[in-house]
Design a protein around this ligand. Structure first.
Ligand SMILES: C[S@@+](CC[C@H](N)C(=O)[O-])C[C@H]1O[C@@H](n2cnc3c(N)ncnc32)[C@H](O)[C@@H]1O
Length: 221
């Protein structure tokens, strides 16, 4: 059966074959997938700044994507950008057909199910995310420091080392080799700006690389 994704543009949600997304992405040098993209503003700005990149914003909540996805679909003179698309999907139930598409996977300031899945971590969340990346894809996760756990001291390098040690084995199982964890300024996303009150938010920044062969049952072609 053909894999279908739910494309969001303004208030309209359209089921389209995942193959359409792959075909659109194939025209660009690199693919960036932003999971838990929120209002999609970061993905939109990335697409505008890098016309050679195809940006795919994915979020479980279609309502949040409404404004930016509408703007992206307008004429270029009115803010339209053809190299950013938005999909409504939860990380734990990502539609089939997007496997091994991304050169970069970003997750900025996740909350609720996505945060739990990233931090616990839950294989049901991180395995599908690992499958999005090509072999060698870069993974960048930024979490507000306060989300780590109550009482963790800000900028505590020991806390970062502990997070990395705890997350490494389950992420490796999901095909993601974690390479670093540090306290740094996060990106200027809508939520990052809110957390940082207009300045780059101090965040726990975790980086990794997708190792395609690490995902059981999936063959890279
Ligand atoms: C705090 S917002 C951050 C949004 C954006 N990344 C930013 O930095 O502005 C967290 C986002 O995670 C999304 N989210 C939560 N659980 C999710 C899941 N299981 N799958 C996909 N997105 C999820 C929410 O809908 C929300 O848009």
């Amino acid at each position: 059966m053909e894999a279908i994704v739910e494309l969001v543009r303004g208030k309209v949600r359209t089921p389209v074959p995942a193959a359409h997304v792959r075909e659109a992405a194939s025209k660009f040098r690199e693919v960036v997938i932003d999971v838990g993209t929120g209002d999609g503003r970061w993905a939109y700005r990335m697409a505008r700044a890098h016309p050679d990149r195809f940006c795919l914003g994915i979020d479980a909540n279609a309502a949040g994507l409404r404004d930016v996805s509408f703007r992206a679909g307008r004429k270029p003179s009115r803010g339209g950008v053809s190299n950013v698309w938005f999909i409504r999907a939860a990380a734990e139930t990502l539609p089939a057909g997007l496997e091994r598409l991304a050169d970069h996977i970003t997750i900025f300031y996740p909350w609720r199910r996505l945060l739990d899945g990233i931090l616990k971590p839950d294989p049901a969340v991180i395995h599908p995310i690992g499958l999005l990346g090509k072999h060698g894809a870069q993974v960048l996760i930024c979490i507000n420091e306060s989300a780590l756990h109550a009482g963790s001291r800000p900028a505590d390098p020991g806390a970062c080392a502990a997070v990395l040690a705890r997350l490494r084995p389950p992420y490796a199982e999901a095909g993601i080799v974690l390479t670093s964890c540090r306290i740094a300024s996060g990106p200027g996303t809508t939520w990052g700006d809110r957390v940082g009150q207009g300045r780059p938010a101090s965040s726990v920044v975790v980086t990794g690389v997708v190792r395609g062969e690490g995902c059981a049952g999936y063959t890279v072609t």
